[in-house]
Design a binder for this molecule. Structure first.
Ligand code: UAG
Ligand code: ATP
Ligand code: API
Ligand code: MG
Length: 498
């Protein structure tokens, strides 16, 4: 594609050089530049892409888009735009052929439940005969082909390239998690969404967003985008959790049709007769979009919400009810979400990704309902992330657990002892010292919990779910809670046999 054609996608403030140059690619990272590429320089939080323009040119960039005019060699074409993150998204969409305009695009946002809800919607749409693309925290998927990920929502260029591949591989619908970071940092600006799903809004990411209002505003962007005209012939639709206090804000922001779902407040789609058990949860769905009885293999009231969101989305897209029911009932689990670890032990071990106060409260409440013995919780909090979550998670763990082992999550560049101190501030007012212990080493912490557990106890290992690494400093070390739990159980059995 010629630079001239590509630049039609954005408003240009100043420009120079030969715009008839043919582009071979586009990137925001000088290290990924190859000969013939356009480099878009972004002023980031850690560094400034404008400082890497020289390196990009050395690696073969033929054109540069920037926010401030830099002096460049005469053979380099250039353009200045107001906001390079926004421009990057629009340029990337155009470069990869505006793939979101050819796909049924379903975006799911909210603090918790995005991975679970997208996974459920994807299963339903696959069962209805559609080839589905999935984008999210655990992995991206094109049909059955799994692609590893580094972010929940990819940077705009990577996202548009991936959507382009989906088109080539015959995907009809793409279900994606849309994180608040992605919305705030313009990663999805080049996407045309047909449906937006809101799961819930509770405290997280206040290291990044200035306030809860700012966090909410980021999420509203997805719903506001439904007001833009579309040319796919699909009626745009918003699916909103009516039980969340922010529901009305989402409804006000949204364009197109609106369907609400819920358990407590009046909603278009609702659940009754909810029965949570160790193997799952059964309930009836009723309301505007049909009714059915469901036996879900995922447990907890929170998964009733995830299933209601998925049911509403799929029914609004016109998927027949019997297909939705079968598909939801066939889902055996989502990796790292309330995942049971079974190595033949006589107590229950559950690995879960709860890393927010609300997530932790939901799983501990559920586990409490199902525990005949003691509830032992192993958890920590991520470093370089919202510090306000730490004491909140501490008090929640204290409220529901019989015993807590406070450990490291991904400490990143923070001192693990300081993170743990933050958690303990919430624990101390609620429990005696003999009811918790601190073990910074997560492997040892898991081992301790396993060695402590007796018949009928439940051990919850929270925070890292599907993650197969631990980030200490800036390095990633292989680490998987599920594997560690199995090893600890086996080691203990070996000890007993000796
Ligand atoms: C806060 C945040 O999201 N930051 C993202 C942002 O980084 P940044 O703008 O600070 O980038 P930077 O490192 O300052 O660099 C600025 C620019 O210079 C470029 N550069 C830099 C070095 C170099 O040698 N050459 C070069 O060209 C970089 O490519 C970049 O374009 O843009 C980068 C490029 O896309 C992202 O990798 C980075 O994600 C960081 C690593 C991150 O951890 N993000 C997390 C918090 C995140 O996005 N999480 C959400 C999920 C959250 C949830 O829902 O739980 C997600 O969607 O994954
Ligand atoms: N609907 C829900 N409401 C509250 N908590 C939930 C809900 N669904 C899941 N959880 C809890 O939150 C954790 C994360 O769930 P999930 O991965 O589906 O959410 P997510 O929004 O994708 O999270 P992330 O933003 O980190 O990717 C689960 O492991 C569970 O503890
Ligand atoms: N996407 C979330 C994941 C958190 C997972 C948890 N294990 C942690 O490291 O805090 C984040 O980056 O905040
Ligand atoms: Mg997720």
């Amino acid at each position: 594609m010629l630079l001239r054609e590509l630049l039609e996608a954005v408003d240009i403030r100043a420009a120079g050089g030969n715009h008839d140059v043919r582009l071979k690619g586009i990137t925001y990272d000088s290290r990924k530049v190859r000969p013939g590429f356009l480099f878009v320089s972004i002023k980031g939080f850690k560094s400034d892409g404008h400082d890497y323009v020289g390196q990009a040119i050395k690696r073969g960039a033929v054109a540069v888009v920037m926010e401030r005019e830099l002096e460049l060699p005469p053979d380099i074409a250039w353009a200045v735009v107001q906001d390079t993150r926004h421009a990057l998204a629009l340029l990337s969409a155009r470069f990869f052929g505006d793939p979101s305009k050819q796909l049924k695009m379903i975006g799911v946002t909210g603090t918790n439940g995005k991975t679970t809800t997208t996974s459920l919607i994807s299963s339903i749409l696959s069962s209805s005969g559609e080839k589905v693309g999935l984008i999210g925290t655990v992995h991206n998927r094109i049909g059955a082909r799994i692609i590893p990920v580094s972010h929940t929502t990819p940077e705009s260029t990577d996202l548009q390239e991936l959507l382009g591949k989906m088109i080539v591989e015959g995907v009809g619908a793409c279900v994606m998690e849309v994180s608040s970071h992605a919305l705030a940092l313009n990663r999805v600006d080049g996407c045309e969404f047909d449906m937006a799903v809101f799961t819930n809004l509770t405290q997280d990411h206040l290291d990044f967003h200035q306030s809860m209002e700012d966090y909410l505003e980021a999420k509203l962007k997805l719903f506001k985008s439904l007001n833009l005209p579309g040319d796919k012939g699909i009626i745009k639709c918003a699916v909103i959790n009516a039980d969340d206090p922010a529901a009305e804000r989402f409804a006000q922001a949204a364009g197109g049709l609106i369907y609400t779902f819920g358990v407590k407040n009046t909603a278009d789609v609702y659940a009754t007769e909810i029965n949570v058990n160790a193997r799952g949860v059964s309930f009836n769905i009723g309301g505007k979009l049909g009714s059915c009885q469901l036996n879900l293999h995922l447990t907890g009231l929170f998964n009733v919400y995830n299933a209601l969101g998925a049911f509403t989305a799929a029914a609004a897209l016109g998927v027949p009810q019997e297909i939705i029911k079968d598909a939801l009932e066939n889902v055996q689990g989502v990796p790292g979400r309330f995942e049971q670890v079974d190595a033949g032990q006589d107590f229950t071990v559950i690995v879960d990704y709860a890393h927010t106060p609300d997530g932790l409260e939901n799983i501990l409440k559920t586990a409490r309902q199902l525990t005949r013995g003691r509830l032992i919780t192993v958890y920590g909090c991520g470093g370089d992330r919202d510090r306000g979550k730490r004491p909140m998670m501490g008090s929640i763990a204290a409220k529901y657990s019989d015993f807590q082992i406070i450990t490291s999550d991904n400490p990143r560049t923070e001192n693990p002892a300081i993170i743990i101190q933050g958690i303990i501030e919430g624990v101390l007012p609620l429990v005696q010292k003999e009811n918790y212990l601190v073990e910074q080493d997560r492997r040892k912490a898991i081992g301790l919990a396993i060695s402590m557990a007796r018949k009928d106890d439940v051990v919850i290992i929270a925070g890292k779910g599907h993650e197969d690494y631990q980030i200490i400093g800036t390095e990633k070390f292989p680490f998987d809670d599920r594997r560690e739990a199995v090893l600890a159980i086996k080691e203990l059995r070996g000890d007993k046999m000796d």
